[in-house]
Design a protein around this ligand. Structure first.
Ligand code: NDP
Length: 329
């Protein structure tokens, strides 16, 4: 009898009412692709929370197995780059949005989407980093390319207590930056200091409508929040600075003005992890292997099993989760 494995399947009815169930799948139920992977670890990202709760239209193919990232071992491959037994990571490329994703015992994907698991990193550790950590590294690399190095002055990280923000704080502090962490969870100050933040500020300081220009407070920043927060971060960025925008936790709008750009030469750097070219991904994962203190990951992440994914998805959308949520399958 063909082997079966558990999968989370999100469906919707004729009235577009969404439902989520755990089903038994076989390989024949998977979508097309040239590499089949045994999923060993995955994670619950904010985007996965939005997909499972239906709070935002992340899913664009019905029904769908959600889960935007995984690490695992190749079971079979007709792709030239991969052989049975290879350890791989996948982030993005529409997996968990338009292609069956990580929340199943197996995934069949396009081999061009995979990158090798860096030496010395386990599948669990790679997912403790996850898409959030990989996005944080893409943001750090963007700041570096723009010349925002530790000697330029402080950098601010918004949405710091969770996901992208927490890994960004950790990487930036390891690289020697003076990190100002902004969080809505004052109780997490000591956690952020342990991660390497030099200062912790309240989310409220940045959530009111922004002035076109405000007092210069930092050389740059990584913003996972969007809306008024990003507008404030821009208005407080010093002359010639840069801000990497990677998230929209507070909103997709940007109620700002051109003042920071045309009067202070500030740059806004867009970060997309989903369709990032392979060379950029390989460099980001190489840097994660070298610049992220993997020991800190243990403190950054909580481990759950497959059966905890749906609850965790609701919790992340309700802001009840701290750090990264790793799923050992
Ligand atoms: P998390 O939910 O883990 O983190 C978002 C954090 O933002 C929250 O924990 C909170 O931090 C802060 N936040 C939430 N709501 C508000 C609000 N109303 N006002 C201000 N701050 C708020 O999500 P992730 O870290 O996984 O992702 C962060 C963002 O980045 C998301 O919008 C996600 O969609 C996006 N993203 C983008 C990617 C890309 O390719 N560009 C890839 C991955 C994620 P705190 O409690 O510390 O204030």
């Amino acid at each position: 009898m063909p082997e079966t494995f558990k999968a989370i399947l999100v469906s919707r009815d004729a009235e577009k009412k969404q439902s989520v169930e755990i089903v038994d799948f076989g390989e024949a139920d998977l979508m097309e692709g040239d590499v089949t992977v045994a999923v060993e670890a995955t994670t619950v990202n904010y985007k996965d929370g939005l997909a499972i709760t239906g709070k935002a239209p992340v899913i664009r193919r019905w029904p769908l197995v959600p889960g935007i990232d995984f690490a695992g071992t190749v079971l079979s491959s007709s792709h030239a780059d991969w052989r049975k037994g290879d350890k791989v990571i996948l982030n993005g490329w529409g997996v968990g949005e338009t292609h069956f994703g990580a929340y199943a015992g197996r995934a069949r994907v396009n081999g061009g989407w995979l990158v090798p698991l860096p030496d010395g990193i386990s599948a669990h550790d790679a997912m403790a980093v996850g898409t959030a950590g990989y996005t944080a590294m893409l943001s750090v690399m963007a700041l570096e390319r723009h010349g925002i190095l530790p000697d330029r002055g402080p950098v601010v990280v918004t949405g710091a207590a969770v996901g992208v923000g927490s890994v960004a704080v950790s990487i930036l502090s390891s690289l020697g930056y003076h990190v100002i962490a902004s969080t809505g969870r004052n109780a997490e100050s000591s956690y952020l200091i342990d991660l390497g933040a030099a200062e912790v500020i309240s989310r409220e300081e940045l959530s009111q409508p922004a002035k076109p220009l405000a007092k210069e407070r930092w050389a740059g920043g990584i913003d996972a929040v969007g809306s008024h927060t990003l507008a404030n971060v821009l208005s407080m960025t010093a002359y010639g600075g840069a801000v990497a925008a990677c998230g929209l936790a507070s909103g997709m709008d940007l109620p700002s003005s051109v003042a920071p750009f045309i009067l202070r030469g500030v740059s806004l750097l867009g970060i997309d992890s989903v369709m990032a070219p392979k060379a950029v991904r390989l460099e980001a994962w190489r840097r994660i292997g070298s610049d992220l203190d993997l020991k800190k990951l243990a403190g950054l992440s909580t481990t759950i099993g497959f059966d905890g994914i749906i609850t965790a998805a609701h919790d992340i959308v309700e802001g009840k989760i701290r750090g990264r949520m790793v799923v050992d399958m």
